[in-house]
Design a protein. Structure first.
Length: 204
C-alpha cells in the first residue's frame, strides 16, 4: 500500500470529480485547484504522490492524470457495493444515480424484514441478510454501506469483517469500532447538521 496521507486520498477523489469537467488535452494545477476549492500548490504536492509532475506552462495530460488517479483509487474496474439495511435511507441510497458514473455498481440490498426481502428497489434485489456473507466471499461486492438501525450496526460490521469486507461506509447513527484490518468511514447526518448549526450561529 502506498504511503499516501489520508487527507491526500480524500483530495484525489475530489480531483477526479473535478477532472470530469475538463475535456481539453491538458489541465493546469490552478484549474484543478479552482474546480475543487484548494490551492494549486496543494494539488501539485498531492499529485506528486502519484509520480506525476506537471509541465511548466503546459500542465498535466488530462486523460493520463485521470487514469492515474483512478488506478490509485482502485477504480479501473467497476467496484461492487452492497447496501445493508433496506429501510428509507437504504432505498434512497440505492436510488442514487451517480454510482456507475463514479465506478461503482450496487450489487444488492440486504435486510431481514420478510416484507422487503424478495422485492426489488430501483431495479436492485433485496436479499436476506443471511446471503450477504456468501455474496461477499464470492466477490459480488467489495464495499458495504451500513444503513441499519444503530442497535444492529455493530453486528453487521462484525459479519462483514468475517466475510472479508475491508471497506465500509457507515450511515447508521452509531460509533463503530472496527478491527485494524477494516476501514470504516462514518457518515453521521445528525452530527453534520449540528456542525452546520454551529456555523449558522457563529458566522456573521
Amino acid at each position: 500500500m502506498h504511503d499516501i496521507p489520508r487527507a491526500t486520498v480524500g483530495r484525489l477523489a475530489r480531483y477526479l470529480q473535478g477532472l470530469a469537467d475538463f475535456e481539453r488535452p491538458t489541465v493546469s494545477s490552478e484549474e484543478i485547484a479552482a474546480a475543487v476549492g484548494v490551492n494549486a500548490a496543494q494539488v501539485r504536492r498531492d499529485l506528486s504522490y502519484l509520480g506525476h509532475q506537471g509541465v511548466r506552462g503546459v500542465g498535466y495530460d488530462t486523460d493520463h492524470l485521470r487514469g492515474a488517479i483512478m488506478r490509485e483509487l482502485g477504480l479501473m474496474e467497476t467496484v461492487g457495493v452492497a447496501i445493508v439495511g433496506a429501510g428509507h435511507l437504504g432505498q434512497a441510497l440505492a436510488g442514487y444515480g451517480g454510482f456507475l458514473d463514479r465506478g461503482f455498481s450496487v450489487a444488492g440490498l440486504y435486510d431481514v424484514d420478510p416484507k422487503k426481502v424478495g422485492r426489488s428497489i430501483h431495479g436492485y434485489p433485496i436479499k436476506h441478510l443471511d446471503s450477504m456473507d456468501e455474496d461477499a466471499r464470492s466477490g459480488l461486492f467489495a464495499i458495504a454501506i451500513i444503513s441499519t438501525p444503530a442497535e444492529v450496526a455493530s453486528d453487521v460490521l462484525e459479519r462483514l469483517g468475517k466475510a472479508g469486507v475491508r471497506s465500509i461506509l457507515n450511515f447508521a447513527p452509531a460509533v463503530l469500532r472496527p478491527p485494524s484490518s477494516v476501514e470504516v468511514r462514518n457518515v453521521d447526518l445528525s452530527t453534520e447538521l449540528q456542525i452546520l448549526s454551529f456555523y449558522r450561529m457563529h458566522r456573521p
